[in-house]
Design a protein. Structure first.
Length: 308
């Protein structure tokens, strides 16, 4: 049976959307993705979330609010851990409960990935597929297609980035270190990256680097990082630090894991200019642009003087 399944365009959507959309479509479902984040969606999220919540979760709730009456289910995977002895931020563990407690009677389609308890992706996805189709062959095919699509798309994006890095010696290169849900959100990261591109800067994105490689490289900065996604970003900083002129960390307020990890990186990486941009729902564009412009100017001056 065909259902309308909503996916909020927020948080892990930006990391796994190729996978999730292919999986659900291969099961014959109609996928409805909420629109790009805008002021109205943020307003909805801010009204619904507790004040202490990070801006990324507020935005997520705004997207769920947009979708909830337009679809049969809202798709909310619960990702607790992807590796043993590591976790994700607690917000991902609790996401389905946060949504359930925020919206009365909302219908959620969910599964849990928690590696130490042997709840791997496959088992969770199979459960979702079974719930929707009762056809094990269709589910197995959907999982295989989704994995292949995700792999191919990530490989393509990484290849494009590596080509850009090799091909453009003239442009100033800056590494953007941020979670994909910050980098690719139209309210959070996109105004920053488009502004930098207009300044003629070549951007390198930490989240595109190969996961296996970055996990290994992160050990050069810290051997006991606890949050998987932060570990990958730190490893990407290590991978690209010799190829870029500066680094921009972008975080949303108030993010515990990012504050700690950015502090750690600032202490350990002394050979590169770093700027930290913290975004909240009240951010003004003018101040942000001035900071970015000044940072780019500093990098240009260093470049002209041959400081590397
Ligand atoms: S890592 Fe930070 S920004 Fe991301 S969900 Fe957790 S608290 Fe929010």
């Amino acid at each position: 049976m065909k259902h309308k399944i909503g996916i909020p365009r927020a948080l892990l959507y930006h990391k796994y959307h190729f996978f999730w959309e292919e999986f659900l479509r291969s099961l014959g479902q109609e996928v409805v993705v909420s629109p790009e984040t805008n002021r109205e969606i943020i307003g909805r999220g801010v009204n619904l979330a507790v004040d202490e919540s990070c801006l990324s979760v507020k935005i997520y709730l705004g997207h769920v609010d947009y979708l909830k009456d337009k679809v049969d289910f809202v798709f909310i995977p619960r990702v607790v851990s992807l590796y043993k002895k590591e976790n994700l931020c607690v917000k991902f563990m609790a996401l389905n409960d946060i949504v359930r407690n925020t919206f009365d009677g909302i219908k959620i389609l969910e599964y849990t990935t928690h590696v130490p308890t042997f709840r791997y992706d496959f088992i969770g996805l199979f459960g979702v597929g079974w719930q929707l189709t009762h056809n094990p062959f269709l589910v197995l095919r959907a999982i295989a297609r989704a994995k292949k699509t995700q792999r191919q798309q990530l490989k393509r994006l990484l290849l494009e980035q590596e080509m850009r890095l090799k091909g453009s010696d003239k442009n100033l290169k800056i590494l953007i270190v941020a979670h994909p849900y910050t980098t690719y959100d139209s309210f959070l990261g996109i105004p920053i990256t488009s502004f930098l591109e207009k300044q003629g800067v070549e951007l390198v994105f930490a989240d595109l680097a190969d996961e296996k490689e970055t996990r290994e490289l992160s050990k050069n900065i810290s051997t006991d990082l606890y949050w998987t996604y932060n570990k990958e970003l730190v490893g990407a900083l290590e991978k690209y630090r010799k190829e870029v002129a500066g680094v921009i960390f972008i975080m949303t307020f108030p993010c515990g894991p990012d504050s700690l990890v950015i502090d750690l990186c600032q202490n350990k990486v002394n050979d590169l200019p770093i700027v930290v941009i913290t975004l909240d729902e009240l951010q003004g564009e003018a101040g942000l642009k001035t900071r970015l412009e000044s940072f780019v100017d500093i990098l240009k001056i260093r470049n002209e003087r041959g400081v590397h």
